[in-house]
Design a protein around this ligand. Structure first.
Ligand code: TXA
Ligand code: MG
Length: 349
């Protein structure tokens, strides 16, 4: 019943936005070693045939991504796990059953013949079954694994629309499948099950609490001993405009001080300002619920980044697990800045 409903949804979506012909053309492009950008429910991915090393090498070139940063392999269903991973623990099957298709990447021990380029030379591999109907249709038709990082230039804000992909990567991508705006808007939760204890390598829409229910234990935070996840680098997901995190209680005071010094300041907050912002500055009110905030975060940051602002001030969102992914991305977006006023920042998840 569930499958039939999903097939119906696939057909409807592929009819509305991406046709069966587009999916066939995308599949042929992948088979030829080309690059296809495609929507997932998290962010757009830049895909290549994972079993074609030359095609995978192009991903690194087009993104400007250093070799050594491992890529997630996307597959149509958990049935493909054995092809890419070995010694798969029961916990992985349990989590896959509960969270796939969906915004979760599993890190497992890699199968012996997986190219080093995909794993960054590590003994592990990242695998994900996305839920977006276009991604699902593409992966089903293609049949193999599609290696795909987010379809942005390395270190920049991930794309949540096809227009963002074109803006960043232009003609370097052979085909862009336009599946509309990504519903979740932040990258998948990454769960490492390759070691003795489950570790959360990147927070996403699936919370540690949800994972703990399936695993029967809490995940550990990333620390020493686990696999490298270079996407966990500070200064990832960053706009070009300096971004500074400010606590809610200090926001209006800091905004007034900055605007008085030089008005081209943008402010992102979950409340409406008490006073009309000075001309030249902009106050952007964000949704106050975590899914709504996450959904628009990257699009809004891109919008502010393309304005003529000298500074983006972001109100630190509330605490709590549902906000963890948003906190994480904002912290990374702000981490290249050196002038951060410590009294005004407190954003560790
Ligand atoms: O939501 C997502 O995960 C999106 C969509 C397109 O699926 N993909 C994405 O890919 O965010 P990317 O490459 O931008 O981020 C993948 C992260 C990186 O931090 C990378 O280091 C980590 O996953 N990763 C991939 N394979 C890994 C491995 N074998 N061990 C540890 N970390 C890994
Ligand atoms: Mg990325």
């Amino acid at each position: 019943m569930r499958n039939r409903r999903r097939e119906g949804a696939d057909a409807a979506l592929t009819r509305d936005m991406v046709s069966a012909m587009d999916i066939r053309r995308a599949t042929e492009t992948l088979r030829r070693g080309g690059l296809v950008a495609f929507p997932t429910e998290t962010v757009y991915g830049l895909g290549a045939d994972a079993s074609n090393s030359d095609a995978v090498a192009r991903i690194f070139k087009v993104k400007g991504r250093p070799i050594g940063h491992p890529l997630i392999v996307h597959v149509a269903s958990a049935e493909h796990l054995d092809r890419w991973a070995r010694e798969i623990p029961d916990a992985a099957w349990d989590v896959a059953k509960r969270s796939w298709p969906g915004p979760l990447t599993l890190i497992l021990k890699r199968a012996h013949d997986v190219p080093d380029l995909i794993t960054g030379g590590q003994d592990t591999i990242g695998l994900r079954v996305p839920a977006h109907p276009v991604a699902h249709a593409l992966l089903t038709e293609f049949g193999g694994g599609v290696a795909a990082p987010s379809a942005n230039r390395f270190g920049r804000i991930s794309p949540t629309t096809a227009a963002h992909v074109r803006e960043d990567l232009g003609a370097a991508v052979d085909l862009v499948l336009d599946g509309g705006a990504c519903s979740l808007g932040v990258e998948s939760t990454i769960l490492d099950l390759s070691g003795d204890r489950p570790r959360l390598l990147r927070p996403g829409s699936i919370t540690p609490q949800e994972l703990a229910v399936t695993l029967g234990r809490r995940c550990e935070s990333p620390g020493s001993g686990g696999p490298r996840a270079p996407g966990g680098l500070a200064s990832h997901y960053a706009p070009r405009t300096p971004l500074r995190l400010v606590t809610a209680s200090q926001l209006e005071r800091v905004a007034a001080r900055e605007i008085a010094a030089e008005p081209r300041v943008a402010i992102m907050a979950t409340h409406v300002p008490a006073m009309t912002p000075a001309s030249g500055s902009r106050w952007l009110t964000m949704p106050s619920d975590p899914p709504g905030y996450a959904h628009s975060l990257y699009a809004r940051l891109r919008e502010l980044d393309s304005g003529e602002y000298r500074l983006i001030l972001v109100e630190v969102p509330p605490e709590g697990e549902p906000w963890m992914a948003v906190h994480d991305r904002l912290r990374r977006a702000s981490s290249v800045r050196t002038e951060v006023d410590q009294a005004d920042t407190d954003c560790a998840p």
